[in-house]
Design a protein around this ligand. Structure first.
Ligand SMILES: *Cc1c(COP(=O)(O)O)cnc(C)c1O
Length: 400
């Protein structure tokens, strides 16, 4: 891969997302030990804007590393890439017409390496881990993150240890094994898997790359925000609908928009950020509705959308702040509604989405019916993964 040498990461430090306390990015960090909250990467955006110009993008690589000034990896030799990002922003003409809408768009993350947008986060985290000299990685995963960690660790020649609930999608279990990862199935939820993974990290010296507990996965996911703005000709949509588990994607897109304003690509305007969760696992929606910033763990989480089966999220307050500040909203949809939407997106658009992607369409229908979104607004649905990774649940749900 060829990189021009004047293009370099302008990362300056990590900053605690709650207290603002700063630490050096040249050492491995996880949560701020003072308050247990995530660190976020900060950049010299003034300097970044000298080379990361709108015009400069035309001849850059077509993956998420095209925004290298605002990515955390300092030495390009450490970038572990399988071509993640730069996914299509489809104009959903037939589906839009069916809904009576003027401008419906689908960001199709299902075409990423490993079949989901988790590829973005893990490309960033594995690359930065390599840069920091880590070689043994571990994580709890509801499914797709474990597959992506396995793939990127394989590409980097690192060890991957994955802790997944027993009921994680079959495809995710298989891909871990295929990539030579150490797959451990845990009786319980992702929070239980997190405890086992954390213990393994402590006892066996692994580096735990749980999302937001590790500061760089969100840097990969934020590139969705950069791409949406770039693909819209440096405009923002009116509404972004995001299927939320731990919420790293929503936090990332929101962070990207702030950075883009500082880079001078957009003004102060923002899309309304919509957080959709499954009725059977909605800790962030509950907290939003209660008017609080920190979510209580959701008891007995249950949904066929494994990526949204996250009963407690360390970045809860960041998701809820983004939704509130943007004037957006948070709502739930049922598994049946998601399956209907998987069918609709597939038949109207030829995009076979993950149930999580289906959830965004179900949410849109609710918001249109209640006039929280108008039919002439420009709406982006995030299809975060491919339906191909959920054949074990989607087959029976679709009547096979
Ligand atoms: C992980 C995952 C999500 C949830 O993403 P967060 O950013 O952690 O909220 C949504 N959809 C799919 C397909 C996923 O794999």
């Amino acid at each position: 891969m060829s990189y021009r040498t004047h293009i370099r990461s302008q990362i300056t430090h990590l900053e605690c997302s709650l207290s603002g306390e700063t630490v050096d990015h040249k050492y491995p960090h996880r949560l701020n030990p003072e308050n247990g909250k995530p660190y976020l990467a900060r950049y010299d955006l003034g300097k970044a804007s000298e080379t990361l110009t709108k015009d400069s993008l035309a001849d850059r690589e077509s993956n998420m590393w095209r925004y290298r000034e605002v990515m955390p990896v300092v030495d390009p030799a450490n970038i572990v890439t399988l071509g993640e990002g730069h996914t299509p922003l489809h104009i959903a003409e037939r589906l839009g017409k069916h809904l009576g809408m003027k401008s419906l768009l689908i960001k199709d993350e299902g075409v990423n390496p490993t079949g989901s947008f988790k590829a973005r986060g893990l490309s960033a985290a594995v690359s930065k881990a390599l840069e920091l000299g880590q070689t043994k990685l571990t994580m709890p995963s509801a499914g797709n993150a474990g597959g992506a960690l396995s793939a990127y660790s394989a590409a980097a020649g690192m060890e991957a240890h994955v802790y997944m609930p027993k009921d994680a999608p079959y495809a995710n279990q298989v891909e871990c094994i295929a990539h030579g990862a150490d797959l451990n199935l845990v009786d319980g939820f992702i929070t239980d898997a997190g405890r086992v993974s954390g213990k393994a990290a402590e006892e066996r010296g692994f580096f735990d790359v749980s999302t937001l507990k590790e500061p760089y996965r969100v840097e990969g996911k934020k590139t969705m925000g950069y791409e949406i703005v770039e693909q819209l000709g440096f405009q923002i949509p009116d509404v972004v609908i995001y299927p939320t588990g731990g919420g790293t994607g929503i936090v990332g897109i929101w962070k990207a928009l702030d950075e883009l304003e500082e880079l001078g690509w957009i003004g102060p305007e923002r899309p309304r950020m919509v957080c959709v969760q499954a009725e059977g696992c909605a800790p962030l929606v509950d907290a939003y509705k209660k008017g609080v910033e920190f979510a209580d763990p959701f008891l007995n989480p249950s949904t066929l959308a494994a990526g949204m089966r996250v009963p407690a999220a360390v970045g809860d307050f960041l998701v809820i702040r983004a939704v509130r500040q943007s004037g957006g909203t948070a709502l739930t949809v049922t598994d049946d509604q998601m399956v209907d939407s998987v069918r609709d997106m597939s038949t109207y658009e030829g995009i076979f989405p993950a149930p999580e992607g289906g959830a965004t369409l179900s949410a849109l229908q609710i918001l249109l019916d209640s006039h929280q979104v108008e039919r002439d607004e420009r709406v982006v649905l995030l299809n975060t993964g491919s339906g191909m990774k959920y054949l074990d649940v989607l087959g029976p749900a679709l009547g096979l």
